[in-house]
Design a binder for this molecule. Sequence first.
Ligand SMILES: [Zn+2]
Ligand SMILES: [Zn+2]
Length: 257
Amino acid sequence: MFVDSHCHLDRLKLDDAGLTEALTYARQRGVEHFLCVSVSVKDFDSMYEKVKGFDDVSVSCGVHPLHQEDACDYDTLLEKAARSEVVAVGETGLDYFYSAETKDIQRTSFVDHINVANELNKPLIIHTRDAREDTIALLKSHRAPHTNGVLHCFTESLEMAQEAIAMDFYISISGIVTFNSAQALRDVVTALPLERLLIETDSPWLAPVPHRGKENQPGYVVEVAEFIAELKGVSVQTLAEITTDNFYRLFRHAKNT
Ligand SMILES: [Zn+2]
Ligand SMILES: [Zn+2]
């Protein structure tokens, strides 16, 4: 039914038994698949080790824009991202909100990820904050026509979302949409077509209402789905079906059990 299109299962403050329990809870609530997103190529092996036993968990490989201390060279990224279990390249992107001083290195890393995605024909998972123009410009100048992806945990403008959609990208919405302060994001979500939306937790961060203040977990993607369904005036079932179809269309190598 539901898919958590973006979570960091290796970053939850849980031991192996706790992780198994969190996934069981999510499955009981109807979450059928989890995409565990890499933030550091250096940590890819240990992340994969934690989740490879679960049939309903897929993985990506990349360096988060705010983890440039873990930056790696092009060949290392290409080699890891080429592994058959890797369904997407990222998360990568640009974050000038938290780290404007690393702009140059972020841009270099982002371009490397785009080139790797082009070469491997795998989709991109993009994190973008306060860097609208550069994100779109670098995609336009380096992206091969067959490469698409997702702007995850989206909090930017409708115009940016539309430019990304014009490049065959999807827009993923996290629990931020439930926050009181997020009216601008709710307006964007209202205006976007359901056929372009994904849902995510970005757990362990950003727990949705009514779980704010707690550690987020993949089962809470249900609250994100319920909230967006209400916003869009559709049933939760319809919202789930469409966003899950969107997920498998984009992440075509994800295990579809
Ligand atoms: Zn992110
Ligand atoms: Zn993330």
